[in-house]
Design a binder for this molecule. Structure first.
Ligand code: SF4
Ligand code: SF4
Length: 110
């Protein structure tokens, strides 16, 4: 019988080992990406969030942590409606950011 607590594998990310080359490439065309303060306003207004878990906040964090596949998989549910851009308190054009991420991270077919 499966009972009691289980020890989950660590989800810690050693940022020293993360290849940030593509994120820096993204930063060069979208300097605002570093303005994100992970407030989650974009996610809470996103029509795709409730049904698919799409979250711009999580996409940015995943890319910073080198979890590109996770980010790209989430972004497949984006409808490019632009609602997230309208509510971002840091004024980030998230819709444009999504398009840049798609271009840079999908260039090698990932
Ligand atoms: S609303 Fe803007 S600042 Fe807040 S998590 Fe989304 S992108 Fe980042
Ligand atoms: S553009 Fe994409 S991420 Fe932004 S609110 Fe619309 S579906 Fe969500």
């Amino acid at each position: 019988m499966d009972f009691g607590f289980k020890i989950s594998p660590s989800s810690a990310v050693n940022l020293d080992n993360v290849n940030v080359e593509k994120f820096e490439q993204l930063h060069s065309v979208e300097p605002d990406v570093y303005k994100c303060m992970a407030c989650g306003s974009c996610s809470s207004t996103c029509p795709a969030n409730r049904f698919s878990g799409m979250s711009m906040r999580k996409v940015i964090l995943a890319l910073q942590r080198g979890k590109e596949k996770e980010a790209i998989s989430m972004m497949r549910n984006c409808m490019l409606c632009g609602k997230c851009s309208m509510v971002c308190p840091r004024g980030i054009n998230t819709r444009h950011l999504i398009l840049s991420i798609s271009r840079i991270y999908k260039e090698d077919g990932k």
